[in-house]
Design a protein around this ligand. Structure first.
Ligand code: DI6
Ligand code: FE
Length: 398
């Protein structure tokens, strides 16, 4: 069988069902896609331009970080100091800090500046084996700055060797010029921002922050109806701080994912299960905000909702740029198993992005995005804190 590259003598975690382990496995790639994956004993003979001996190392699908706000201006280290001195996230937001302070910095910076700072953070994620990354807007909060942020996200996907999936999050917070009128701002999101974003092909999905401190379920539904008209799939920041019915709302619109979910109840979880919506858990925000309410992992398991986990990389509530550390947090705080953590950054994360046909498992026909690890057992990927055992990261066969 003619192909470009062969990785042999590997232990595969294909993630095709559970970990999907194959001992003495082999992967062959052609034109950036997986041509063959499976046991060496069953493999055809390959005529490869290059053969790599993995010496028994583990190979997993390239990791997928399916929820980030990684393009932004400035940072919020000063607010962190205020919080250490006793201020709460809420108090800081109401005093003009929080998301709005990042909005000011993001509006001020040029595309090149935003690109340069995001690039460093993404390169850090890539050292953990990340090959697919979702990036949300939501720090521009007007047409000009939202499209600017999404253009930067698209450019990052062109200049870096990884796949970038973009999400329009205009309904993230209220900008000061809206003067407290949330309905008028949502009208701007629906009538101007989202059509401009869709027209320019800048977003692969639409998200909103449905929360007492952000937008109501009714306002979120308006955003989703507009997305539906523009043929864009939706996802939702739901039930992070309070139970508002965001999970059911997301399910009603057939959302790809509902994210956070610390305060989701059984009705919400059952609705996600029926809709096939992925639950994305974000332990970095839980850690950084010192939350105590954990997401309802047992309910999610019982109802068979696929669980993804993600860094939520953002300057205010999760300044986190390691997906391996995110897995460790998901295991330690939320008691996810090793298999659940690994599924959460591969197969289920791909599903949360609507990309499972393309990435997320080692299967013939998919993009040849793989991570090769210097480990003895998969648990090492979850167990270590602040160490990356990545041996090599392959994106589209290279
Ligand atoms: N939920 C969050 O935790 C972040 N955004 C969101 O919708 C907060 C982002 C920030 O504080 O900058
Ligand atoms: Fe988020």
């Amino acid at each position: 069988m003619k192909c470009d590259r062969v990785w042999r003598d590997a232990r595969l975690a294909t993630m095709a069902s559970g970990l999907g382990v194959v001992e003495k496995g082999v992967i062959a790639s052609k034109d950036g896609r997986i041509l063959y994956v499976g046991a060496e004993a069953d493999a055809p003979s390959f005529d490869a331009a290059e053969t790599i001996d993995c010496e028994g190392r583990w190979i997993s699908p390239g990791l997928i970080d399916c929820h980030t706000h990684i393009v932004y201006g400035g940072n919020r280290a000063h607010e962190f100091e205020l919080r250490l001195a006793g201020a709460t996230y809420d108090e800081i937001s109401r005093a003009g800090g929080g998301i709005v302070s990042t909005m000011r910095a993001t509006r001020r910076e040029s595309e090149d500046q935003l690109l340069a700072s995001a690039r460093k953070r993404i390169e850090t994620l890539m050292r953990d084996g990340v090959t697919t990354l979702e990036i949300k807007s939501g720090y521009g909060l007007d047409t000009e700055s939202e499209t600017k942020s999404l253009r930067v996200a698209r450019r990052l996907g062109e200049v870096l060797p990884l796949t970038v999936v973009t999400t329009f999050l205009g309904a993230h917070a209220l900008p000061p010029e809206a003067k407290g009128d949330k309905d008028a701002y949502i009208a701007d999101v629906c009538d101007r921002q989202m059509p401009a974003v869709a027209e320019a092909g800048l977003a692969d999905a639409v998200d909103a922050f449905c929360e007492s401190i952000a937008f109501s379920p009714e306002q979120t539904a308006r955003v989703f109806e507009t997305a539906r008209r523009l043929d864009l799939p939706v996802k939702l920041h739901a039930e992070q701080l309070t139970t508002l019915g965001g999970a059911e709302l997301a399910a009603r619109f057939g959302a790809l994912s509902a994210d956070h979910l610390e305060h989701a109840d059984e009705k919400g979880v059952a609705a996600l299960a029926r809709a096939g919506t992925v639950a994305v858990l974000l332990p970095g925000a839980f850690y950084f905000l010192r939350e105590t309410q954990k997401p309802p992992v047992d309910l999610l398991r019982r109802h068979g909702v696929p669980i993804a986990i993600s860094s939520d990389s953002n300057p205010g509530t999760s300044p986190l740029t390691s997906l391996l550390l995110t897995m460790s947090m998901a295991a330690t705080f939320f008691r996810l198993t090793v298999d659940e953590c690994l599924l959460g950054v591969t197969r289920h994360a791909a599903k949360a992005l609507g990309r499972l046909a393309e990435v997320g498992t080692l299967e013939a026909g998919k993009s040849c995005d793989i991570a090769i690890w210097d480990i003895e057992r998969p648990a090492e990927l979850v167990y270590r804190i602040g160490f990356t055992p990545l041996h090599a990261r392959i994106w589209r066969g290279r």
